[in-house]
Design a protein around this ligand. Structure first.
Ligand SMILES: CCCCCCCCC/C=C/C(=O)SCCNC(=O)CCNC(=O)[C@H](O)C(C)(C)COP(=O)(O)OP(=O)(O)OC[C@H]1O[C@@H](n2cnc3c(N)ncnc32)[C@H](O)[C@@H]1OP(=O)(O)O
Ligand SMILES: NC(=O)C1=CN([C@@H]2O[C@H](COP(=O)(O)OP(=O)(O)OC[C@H]3O[C@@H](n4cnc5c(N)ncnc54)[C@H](OP(=O)(O)O)[C@@H]3O)[C@@H](O)[C@H]2O)C=CC1
Length: 271
């Protein structure tokens, strides 16, 4: 993988799951990372981990829904590392709820974190890169239901679709500054947060697994790898794109042949 040595990135939701794996990956590639989330403890643990490996990281607790807190996080990253080369919009909130029972507050909580939070961070980091005259890259972690839709997740699906529109709009608008914006759309990924929110019992877990042609969950580090790839110069001509890594889930399940659960192939395992 291409080195990110000397670069500095801000990763939201960087204390757990995909965000933590991404922060570790970027640090292993030589980048300095500022991890942002509401709880300080998981952020501190990631920083300690990165520093044990000889990397550089900073924990900055903040709620991405609060524009002033996000501005302060971007300032802290700049003050500590002297530059900002990009951002990973990974923070999210989610739960499964039938749309007719979703309260105004439930809708607002998820849309505020996923869509408004992504805007707050994107705007704060990009304005600083534009001001410094340095190019950079922004990757947002979305989900395939941004374009397929998915019953029970109307708040998250609508918000993630908004992030796709934001990404495509700004990819064109900020190309003149050398800022690339892309999305990664993982399929079901083994994390505590998603497990609790989306497949809390064995039956749901089995149902989700049966919908994935590759017949396994993604791992957080393999999603982090893809984020690293899109941030790197290897992806220097890629902007406004979505990299889907969902084991084929969004293509739909087969009609003919044996059930997916009977057809797990050795090539389908994580590297
Ligand atoms: C499926 C496809 C698979 C297959 C496809 C796989 C692709 C998956 C793609 C995406 C995966 C993810 O995003 S996984 C990320 C999961 N991680 C997380 O969710 C971690 C962060 N979560 C959170 O912070 C919370 O869960 C969240 C509710 C979102 C925000 O917390 P807040 O403290 O801001 O808000 P709260 O005050 O607690 O709640 C706000 C309102 O939401 C309501 N609310 C909260 N949980 C609720 C629930 N389970 N059901 C109904 N309503 C709920 C509350 O009652 C409140 O409304 P009132 O009572 O009316 O006031
Ligand atoms: N796991 C999966 O199957 C899939 C996940 N995704 C996406 O991947 C991303 C990561 O999810 P995953 O790692 O699974 O789940 P996690 O629950 O581990 O990650 C969510 C992170 O966001 C942070 N966060 C939540 N709300 C806020 C907020 N208001 N301000 C700042 N930080 C916040 C949380 O930290 P804290 O609570 O401390 O604030 C947490 O670190 C999300 O965007 C999700 O939608 C997409 C497809 C599939």
């Amino acid at each position: 993988m291409e080195s990110l040595a000397g670069r500095a990135y801000l990763v939201t939701g960087g204390g757990t799951g995909i965000g933590a794996a991404t922060a570790r990956r970027l640090a292993a590639l030589g980048a300095s990372v500022t991890v942002v989330g509401r709880r300080g403890e998981p952020l501190d643990a990631v920083v300690a981990d990165v520093e044990r490996q000889g990397g550089h990281a900073l924990a900055h607790p903040a709620d991405v829904r609060d524009p002033a807190a996000v501005e302060a996080a971007a300032d802290a990253a700049l003050a500590r590392f002297g530059r900002l080369d990009g951002l990973v919009n990974n923070a999210a909130g989610n739960f499964v709820a039938p749309a007719e029972r979703l309260s105004a507050n439930g809708w607002r909580a998820v849309v505020d974190i996923v869509l408004n939070g992504t805007w707050n961070c994107t705007s704060a980091v990009a304005r600083r890169m534009i001001e410094a005259g340095t190019p950079g890259a922004i990757v947002s972690v979305i989900a395939t239901y941004a374009w397929t839709g998915h019953p029970g997740t109307v708040h998250s699906a609508a918000a993630k679709a908004g992030v796709v529109a934001m990404t495509r709009t700004l990819a064109v608008e900020w190309a003149r500054y050398g800022i690339r914006l892309n999305c990664v759309a993982p399929g079901p990924t083994e994390t505590e947060g998603a497990g609790a929110a989306l497949w809390a019992d064995d039956a749901d877990r089995e149902r989700v697994l049966a919908s994935v042609p590759l017949n396994r969950f993604a791992s957080a580090p393999e999603v982090g790898d893809l984020v690293g790839l899109l941030l790197s110069d290897r992806a220097g001509y890629v902007t406004g794109s979505i990299l889907t890594a969902d084991g084929g889930q969004s293509l739909g399940t087969q009609i003919y042949g044996p059930p997916i659960a009977d057809a797990a192939a050795p090539t389908a395992s994580a590297q």
